[in-house]
Design a binder for this molecule. Sequence first.
Ligand SMILES: N[C@@H](CCC(=O)N[C@@H](CS)C(=O)NCC(=O)O)C(=O)O
Length: 278
Amino acid sequence: MPYVNIKITREGATPQQKARLIEGATTLLVDVLHKDPQTTVVVIDEVDTDNWGIGGESVSVRRSRSQAPTPRQPVKLHRAAVSGHCHRVELMLSLLGVPVDLVDVNLAKQEQKSPQFLTMNPFGQVPVLQDGDVTLADSNAMLVYLCQTYGNANWLPRDPVQAAKVQSWLSVAAGLLAFGPAAARARALFGRAFNAEEVAARAQGLFAVMEQRLAQQPFLVGAHATIADVANYSYIARAPEGGLSLESFPAMRAWLARIEALPGFVPMVHTAPKAVTP
Ligand SMILES: N[C@@H](CCC(=O)N[C@@H](CS)C(=O)NCC(=O)O)C(=O)O
């Protein structure tokens, strides 16, 4: 039976904090030991907030020994290299060490609207992910699937509050990011019909919130990277291609650097203006 020794070394922890620690420890055990959360019984004695460990062994040692599952065959990612929506999935796959076959889709030739492609994604958009008999459209949905299938709970915490915070940034990625900096870039590089002032104003509003958040904590949802960071990274990193400078946002630039330092990081292509046909 998985068993954890927890001791509170800091005085004054509230019952709510204790409950959150217990929830976190349970999640950690299930995650590290790859047990079914429905059947795993966790006995908690004491809490040591400074030194997490399981059975006398530190969690980091356990984690490095634990075998994350990998797919039986490489997953297939139908993508366009210039797309930040596609890059976020490629990045997630690489951070998780999941082998992938990249299939380039020529957007200029409208390959994403072919009858064959529409059977995979009726919205006629990249990316599309195929993993065995699972076919998924929507980049953020793919991040959820990949981290829950091949990752650990750090990427998408099971704690409801933390999970909700991650989800709120996925919504930002599908909303303000897509129709702010991503749209500004699509307009500049591919001549997409967005209103320049509108998308720039939206981007500046987003940058201001992100800058404030990232001045307080290293990643969008707390101390470690989650899929919130993966979802938002690509279009922020390439915002200058849309004419949006990151010069006056030092916390955002430091955050980009932190993501780029993660093991397995792969960059998105730099797309010079006018170098790519729409
Ligand atoms: N919600 C989708 C949006 C994907 C998307 O906007 N894809 C663009 C490339 S960045 C696309 O395929 N555009 C071509 C088209 O719409 O015909 C996702 O997150 O995957």
